[in-house]
Design a protein around this ligand. Structure first.
Ligand code: SF4
Ligand code: SF4
Length: 252
């Protein structure tokens, strides 16, 4: 017993104390900054090089909901597209994920998440989520699992994953929604009582990602159901996920 207590003392507190102000390393690819003046050459080449069709030209924009943060556009554009380490990329609307040259990270953060007072009131102190992997590669799923580990400890905010949709306040969707997972996803959603929320995590869930347009997907769920929170990435960092959820439920 004494040895156990000594060990606990030695380990100390492993949880990151302030998740809200934690900063990721410089090499982390987060919010992209676009400088139209630096573009040289054919923009269509850049558009064609993007594996997920996330880039549009005239004006150049990057769709964070499609981007897999591969960095190819940064390498090809000669600095006209540059990824910063800004990791708070969650948004409560799909259109807010379109980044143009006029949008700074601070500007994006100011308007990206508009949570309703009702959401704050209902889920601000406790949010139970059921995760549904609808054909994901397990990357997003691993980062979601990491949200609950001793470092990130999302449970300290009253946010937990539960085994049954009957016990949940909402669904966290990962993956592009394969045809065989589409009915199970809808079943899980319908099993959750109202009021409920839907969170789409990762490029696959938001747009199909690298599987966008595949015949093996069935994204009808996304047409029928309103997504309340989008968390871009491939996969998103745990701090991206946790900060997005905290902003959404109104936690300081
Ligand atoms: S980093 Fe994103 S926008 Fe750029 S090429 Fe890769 S997927 Fe496309
Ligand atoms: S978004 Fe990327 S990491 Fe997440 S499930 Fe899709 S391919 Fe995997």
């Amino acid at each position: 017993m004494l040895n156990l207590l000594k060990l606990r003392r030695k380990h100390g507190h492993q949880a990151i104390p302030d998740l809200r102000s934690a900063v990721l390393m410089e090499s982390h690819r987060g919010f992209p900054v676009i400088d139209e003046r630096k573009f040289e050459g054919d923009r269509q080449t850049l558009v064609n090089a993007c594996p997920t069709g996330a880039i549009r030209k005239d004006p150049v924009s990057v769709d964070l909901g499609k981007c897999i943060f591969c960095g190819e556009c940064e390498r090809m554009s000669g600095g006209a597209i540059r990824f910063t380490n800004g990791h708070k990329l969650g948004a409560s609307g799909r259109t807010q994920l379109m980044v143009t040259s006029s949008l700074s990270y601070e500007g994006f953060r100011d308007c990206s998440i508009r949570a309703r007072a009702e959401i704050h009131r209902l889920f601000g102190r406790s949010l139970k989520l059921r995760q549904v992997s609808a054909g994901g590669c397990n990357g997003c799923e691993m980062e979601l699992a990491a949200c609950g580990n001793v470092n990130f400890d999302m449970g300290r905010f009253g946010i937990d994953f539960v085994a049954s949709p009957r016990h949940a306040d909402g669904i966290v969707l990962t993956g592009p929604v394969t045809r065989n997972m589409a009915p199970a996803l809808m079943d899980a959603y319908r099993s959750i009582s109202e009021p409920k929320i839907v969170i789409a995590v990762g490029a696959c869930a938001i747009s199909g990602g690298v599987f966008g347009g595949s015949d093996e997907t069935n994204r009808g769920f996304l047409d029928e159901v309103k997504v309340d929170l989008f968390v871009p990435g491939c996969p998103p960092h745990p701090l991206t996920i946790i900060n997005a959820v905290l902003d959404f439920i109104g936690k300081k």
